[in-house]
Design a protein. Structure first.
Length: 49
């Protein structure tokens, strides 16, 4: 199995990954970094919490 990073960003404590089948999107939070994150179609976005 090969592993690839989804972002160049280094997360402090990424957890709570959730796959949304309808949107075909991966969501997770970086609790220690105060970020909510989303990956869809290879596009990464993040929001400050």
């Amino acid at each position: 199995m090969n592993w690839l990073p989804v972002s160049e960003h280094r997360f402090k404590l990424a957890e709570g990954a959730f796959w949304d089948a309808e949107e075909q999107a991966l969501y997770w939070v970086d609790i220690a970094g105060f970020l909510a994150c989303r990956l869809v179609a290879g596009e990464y976005r993040q929001w400050r919490m």
